[in-house]
Design a protein around this ligand. Structure first.
Ligand code: ATP
Ligand code: MN
Length: 480
């Protein structure tokens, strides 16, 4: 007989048919009720054992965490809380789990803090919370690919090892095969990277954008979805050293089109999980609700998780220029009462997470798209506006998260781009191919980067980015 997953069993019509299922024991009550989970769904299937017909030494081996195979009859459940259950006819233990050892791990069924779960990240996927988060993560990735596929985008795999550091100065991980104890040196005593594997200095990518642009200028609509690395030493709940980024890039699209795309895209993928991941979302919503209850009243969120998702889907994002945002922030209560760590005094200030969250959570109570930022605080490739002070940049800010998307219309004018690079001391030789794009059929084009884990945080309500990726990479931490 072919084994079915628990999820499949729940979709079956119970008519006393023989079934077989494999999974891990969540609990075994009264020598009679096994709660079995196989990860296909949050829900456990109840397996009812007739202990009088079972060998005692077999019953003893059915312990929390053990892997078993169950054969039996699928019937309508006698008890409350589940539609179907299995009347067990046979059990085989596939992998034992010593209760003594289990009691020292997070497999022991009780509440464990997320911090403790992180220390046993290889086991945390067996908890309800991480099962739900990881199924949602998977579902969101699928929704993302599906959205782009439906809309005529081509999936591009941009390189992970890059030879340009124009974008990530100081924040990159070096890739080298040189001997750190005895590297070849140049005449002036510097490390001689011409002797390195690629014959030049190379790093792990901080973004696939520049390469994606070259493909957008050939295929029209492209996107990347791949790992991204940043050696920024910011130990926050929203930064990872290794994260996944989605970067669409579209030829002949301006900043307005870019905002429309980002908004439609975000709404569409959130809609997908509301439709397809109801069980996991409900679980996480209740979990979050309990967590909220432990907070002081004024800090509690007024919306439940799925309400938040629906709110984003059903409402237009507020679109606001940087200049307007600065006015609001300057005159805001926390600024006047000196509650911001970084007070807003003048135009040109870089917005910190506290400012972004004020705009989104307090002032507008809605996702916000900020655009037309001062040129000095944004990257070299963003298109300069007529005022010559601002660039066609846009950041999308989400409640509880802050920046979730950063994008722009790209500078398509060769001379303007060259001047900008010269001002910033970016050597033309390093990006000759990027400049070439502006010589051979240059055109208006735009794109954005969405931090995948920030989206998963929003969708699951998890408060720390370390808890939405299987194995987080952060400063001083690369276990597992
Ligand atoms: P932040 O100001 O939050 O550090 P950023 O301005 O450095 O973000 P971009 O360079 O615009 O971010 O990258 C695009 C998107 O990638 C961001 O909007 C964010 O969602 C995500 N992102 C950036 N850095 C990280 C990181 N270290 N870990 C996880 N996601 C990140
Ligand atoms: Mn950053």
């Amino acid at each position: 007989m072919i084994s079915k997953t628990v999820s499949e069993l729940f979709q079956e019509n119970p008519k006393h048919q023989d079934v077989e299922v494999k999974g891990w024991v969540k609990s075994f009550r009264a020598n009679r009720f096994i709660a079995l989970n196989d990860g296909s769904t949050l829900r456990n299937i109840q397996c009812v054992v007739d202990f009088e017909t079972m060998a005692e030494d077999l019953l003893k081996r059915i312990t929390t965490g053990s892997a078993i195979q169950v054969k039996g009859t699928l019937v309508e459940s006698q008890g409350k809380g589940q539609a179907v259950e299995i009347q067990v006819s046979g059990i085989m233990v596939l992998g034992d789990a010593d209760p003594e050892l289990v009691s020292k791990t997070i497999l022991q069924p009780k509440r464990h803090s997320l911090e403790v779960l992180r220390e046993q990240a290889h086991l945390r996927a067996r908890t309800n919370t991480f099962g739900a988060v990881m199924r949602l993560r998977s579902s969101l990735s699928f929704a993302i690919h599906s959205y782009f596929n439906k809309n005529g985008f081509n999936y591009m795999h941009t390189p992970i090892i890059t030879g340009s550091d124009a974008e990530g100065a100081g924040e990159m991980f070096r890739v080298t095969t040189l001997d750190p104890k005895n590297p070849p040196l140049t005449e002036t005593g510097k490390i001689d990277y011409s002797k390195d594997f690629f014959g030049k200095e190379t790093n792990l990518t901080v973004s696939g954008q520049l390469e994606a642009e070259t493909y957008a200028m050939a295929l029209g609509k492209v996107y990347t979805f791949g790992p991204t690395f940043r050696a920024e030493n910011s130990n926050t709940s929203r930064h990872l050293a290794e994260f996944w980024m989605i970067e669409p890039e579209v030829a002949f699209m301006d900043l307005e089109g870019n905002m429309d795309l980002a908004e439609d895209f975000l709404k569409s993928v959130l809609e997908y999980i509301l439709e397809h991941n109801a069980t996991d979302l409900e679980f996480l919503e209740n979990r979050l609700e309990q967590e909220e209850q432990t907070k002081p009243k004024h800090e509690r969120s007024t919306m439940r998780l799925t309400e938040k998702l629906k709110f984003v889907i059903d409402n237009n994002f507020v679109r606001l220029s940087y200049t307007e945002a600065i006015e609001i922030l300057k005159n805001s209560k926390p600024n006047k009462k000196k509650k911001f760590k970084y007070p807003i005094n003048e135009w040109g200030a870089d917005l910190q997470s506290e400012h972004e969250r004020y705009l989104v959570e307090k002032h507008f109570k809605s996702p916000v798209i900020l655009f037309d930022y001062p040129a000095q605080i944004k990257a070299f490739y963003m298109r300069l506006n007529e005022d010559e002070k601002t660039v066609r940049a846009m950041d999308i800010l989400f409640p509880g998260i802050g920046e979730i998307v950063g994008g722009s219309q790209r500078e398509e004018r060769l001379e303007v781009l060259k001047k900008k690079m010269a001002d910033l001391d970016i050597p033309e030789e390093e990006l000759w191919w990027y400049l070439d794009l502006r010589q051979y059929g240059t055109a208006v084009h735009s794109g954005f980067g969405l931090g995948f884990e920030r989206l998963v945080m929003f969708a699951t309500g998890m408060g720390n980015i370390r808890d939405v990726i299987p194995y987080p990479r952060t400063p001083q931490n690369a276990e597992f």
